[in-house]
Design a protein around this ligand. Structure first.
Ligand SMILES: [Zn+2]
Length: 389
């Protein structure tokens, strides 16, 4: 169903503008290309591009986190501590949930928080290819796990060299505050694996010279403040990487990260001097460029019609998104179709032929597309509940 969203402000990192937004065949369309369609009056609303989560482990979001003694000196110490956690009955139960459902749950977690595109950092699973998977995914990329954890994932040099230079290559790096973490960027560069398509997850242990090296290589870092603070007790200083356009934001999974990308934006704001407008760049245009995803992260004609719609809170328009929780989002749109929204958008769902289920999300009544509302899926998501069905 084509649609015309009228009377809202369109907010991208570059500008705030006012014009009808036309959606046709899943894309944002030029006004001249659209005749008719369903009209949605969005006065007193702001439309943002759907958010991009640059680091996630989709299948790990329902596993109880380790309840122990942060800070760890590095992620390897955390992984070692986690081994005993596998005997915890709650962890065993979480891991007994079918993997396909766990991946889909990670997708739903992201969608509910306005994230419509995710970089998943693990082996591909067939569930990710479902036509109705809740979010879009980075698909064509290379990855390794981490320099110090070679038992899992493709070997670093082999994976880097097997990845085309115009596709992103992802690796956890310098996830720590000790000498092990501090050495990893230099080691990566010496191994010949620091290039413009290298996307380094975390980077907390990098020194000033390392940051300069990343910028000189036009490589990038994915900042995951929630995960860093819970595992390591501190996070990185983002200003130089941000100014160079070499920084994106990721949630990581809930094993270590905050509950979703909106909460990571709040942490990023609290732990840096970046303005809300700057932070929007990290989850839209800069992430799209770093992950080589030209059709997402913006509101230009031809881009995917992935949107987050919020109420206008007045003042700085960027603060109408950065600082809110997922329950306060008015609607999340993917491929031009509403997927989760407040109940007064029922007619929009109906016009698109989308069946919905009434749910509560963090205590707020919502409509959720029925394809996302499988009972087993809802049961996995804290804060999401069915309404007497
Ligand atoms: Zn990770």
């Amino acid at each position: 169903m084509d649609a015309r969203l009228v009377n809202a402000a369109l907010v991208s990192p570059q500008r705030v503008s006012r014009a009808p937004l036309h959606l046709a065949q899943g894309r944002i369309a030029a006004a001249a290309a659209v005749a008719g369609g369903y009209q949605v009056d969005l006065r007193d609303h702001l439309i943002f591009p759907g958010l991009i989560n640059a680091h996630e482990h989709l299948h790990q979001n329902a596993i109880p986190p380790l309840k122990s003694a942060a800070p760890f000196p590095n992620s390897y110490a955390w992984i070692a501590a986690f081994q005993a956690h596998f005997d915890d009955p709650a962890v065993i139960a979480a891991l007994s949930v079918p993997k396909a459902l766990r991946h889909r749950h990670g997708g739903l977690k992201n969608l509910l928080a306005g994230t419509t595109c995710v970089a998943h950092h693990d082996p591909w699973h067939a569930a990710l290819d479902a036509a109705d998977f809740p979010v879009g995914l980075l698909r064509d990329y290379g990855w390794s796990y981490a320099p110090g954890w070679r038992a899992y994932g493709p070997p670093i040099r082999q994976s880097f060299h097997a990845t085309a230079r115009d596709r992103p290559w992802l690796v956890h790096l310098a996830e720590g505050t000790d000498a092990t973490a501090a050495a990893e960027l230099r080691q990566l560069a010496e191994a010949g694996c620091l290039a413009a398509n290298s996307v380094l997850i975390h980077g907390v242990g990098m020194g000033d010279a390392d940051v300069g090296r990343v910028i000189a290589a036009n490589a990038a870092v994915v900042w995951c403040p929630g995960s860093n603070l819970s595992l390591l007790g501190r996070t990185l200083a983002p200003r130089r990487l941000f100014a160079a356009g070499c920084l994106a934001l990721g949630s990581d999974s809930r094993l270590s990260g905050a509950s979703d990308l909106l909460q990571e934006l709040i942490l990023a704001s609290e732990h840096s001097d970046l303005a809300a407008q700057d932070l929007l760049r990290l989850v839209t245009t800069d992430a799209a460029r770093i992950l080589r995803l030209p059709t997402v992260g913006g509101l230009a004609p031809g881009q995917q019609a992935d949107l987050v719609i919020v109420g206008d809170r007045g003042g700085d328009p960027y603060r109408s998104l950065v600082g809110i929780g997922r329950g306060e989002i008015r609607a999340v749109v993917r491929g031009g179709l509403p997927m989760v929204a407040d109940a007064d958008f029922a007619d929009w769902f109906a016009a698109c032929g989308i069946q919905t289920v009434s749910v509560t999300l963090d205590g707020k009544p919502k409509l959720l597309a029925k394809s996302m509302a499988d009972a087993a899926l809802i049961a996995l998501e804290p804060g999401l509940g069915p309404v007497d069905i």
